[in-house]
Design a binder for this molecule. Structure first.
Ligand code: ZN
Length: 46
């Protein structure tokens, strides 16, 4: 079951909740899709 939680703050892609798992992340109250979350993390580590 897929449920739209909201849109990604950065790329406006829809973020889904699949079977209770959020297909994205909430970072400081902002909703991010997986790819934007990864690029954010990469920027922090580099
Ligand atoms: Zn995104």
């Amino acid at each position: 079951m897929e449920e739209v939680v909201g849109e990604c703050t950065l790329c406006r892609k829809h973020v889904f909740c699949e079977n209770g798992f959020l297909n994205g992340y909430i970072l400081d109250g902002l909703l991010l899709c997986l790819s934007c979350y990864k690029s954010t993390k990469q920027r922090e580590t580099l």
